[in-house]
Design a binder for this molecule. Structure first.
Ligand code: BJW
Ligand code: ZN
Length: 242
């Protein structure tokens, strides 16, 4: 169903949900002013994210990749959570079994006040040493560096995110699958649904008989398979669903 007529139905499902899984993507942070990956605004110096978010790109040109992340960290530090993020905080408060699964690395769900967050693709505020694996958490607003910093062990640090070709953190992924398998309702918000394995979670919920509701500005590969696909801005639709 590709019309907004299902908004009322979706909010009924949410009211009676005992177990809710939510999957978010870059679209939920778009109204906070953070560019999505696959829109025109996602371009940085004419590079596509697929050319920058890979271990090969970092190995080839660590400074270039590092600068992209510093640019994004600056945008994110200046941004605020929006009504979409806040609506999910309220759902967490209302629904007994609630799991927020996010592909986003921006930390806006944390800043909005969500507590149970599974970060599938890591966190842009964490740096990880490429040699010893030790992690350092940075504070938004910390002075930017133009080069990837060095670890005490001498290794160079990289952003603690998941790049193409890298496995997702195994425990986080296991919990995400579990939450989706046990959900009676699933919300899929602001994701283009092209990046796996995250894109497999909504089909998993469908196959388990959950009611699946999509909120997105545009149609996606999920739209025709879900129970209700609502086209609109997450920051406007989610508060209406409550
Ligand atoms: C709004 C809105 C508003 C806008 N309101 N909506 C062929 C087939 C299947 C899989 C593969 C394949 N070839 C390669 C793969 C694997 C690959 C993959 O899926 N590639 C596909 C692209 C083809 N996946 C991987 O490599 C993953 N790892 C893996 O598979 O490991 C296997 C393995 C096992 C064991 C050992 C080794 C390996 C890893 C994927 C990692 C993805 N990483 C990134 C970067 C993270 C760090 C960073 O942020 O820099 O994650 S890529 C980027 O895409 C980022 C995002 O989380 C992810 C998803 O993007 P998202 O969130 O959907 O954003 P957009 O921009 O695409 O969409 C925004 C949406 O919002 C749009 O629909 C808008 O309409 C909407 N919108 N405003 C509501 N206001
Ligand atoms: Zn180290």
């Amino acid at each position: 169903m590709l019309h907004n007529g299902c908004l009322e139905k979706a909010s009924q499902w949410l009211r009676s949900a005992k177990s809710l899984a939510v999957l978010t993507g870059a679209g939920i942070s778009a109204e906070s002013g953070i560019p999505t990956f696959r829109g025109a605004a996602g371009l940085w110096r004419n590079f596509r994210p697929e050319e920058l978010a890979t271990p090969e790109a970092f190995a080839r040109n660590p400074i270039l990749v590092w600068e992209w992340y510093e640019w994004r960290r600056e945008l994110i530090a200046a941004a605020e959570p929006n009504p979409g993020h806040l609506a999910l905080v309220e759902l967490e408060r209302r629904i007994p079994r609630f799991t927020l699964i996010t592909q986003n690395v921006d930390g806006l769900h944390d800043r909005a006040g969500s507590r149970k967050i599974l970060k599938l693709h890591g966190d842009i505020w964490t740096d990880r040493c490429t040699v010893c694996g030790s992690e350092v958490v940075r504070q938004p607003g910390e002075k930017a560096s133009t080069q990837p910093p060095r670890c005490e062990c001498g290794g160079i640090r990289r952003p603690g995110v998941v790049w193409f070709g890298e496995p997702l953190p195994a425990d986080v992924w296991r919990k995400a699958e579990e939450a989706v398998q046990n959900a009676d309702v699933m919300l899929v918000i602001g994701t283009s649904a092209v990046v796996y394995p995250a894109a497999g979670l909504a089909p998993l919920a469908v196959s388990r008989g959950a009611k699946v509701v999509e909120v997105n500005l545009e149609k996606t590969p999920f739209s025709s398979m879900v129970d209700c696909s609502i086209q609109g801005k997450a920051g406007e639709i989610l508060p209406k669903l409550l």
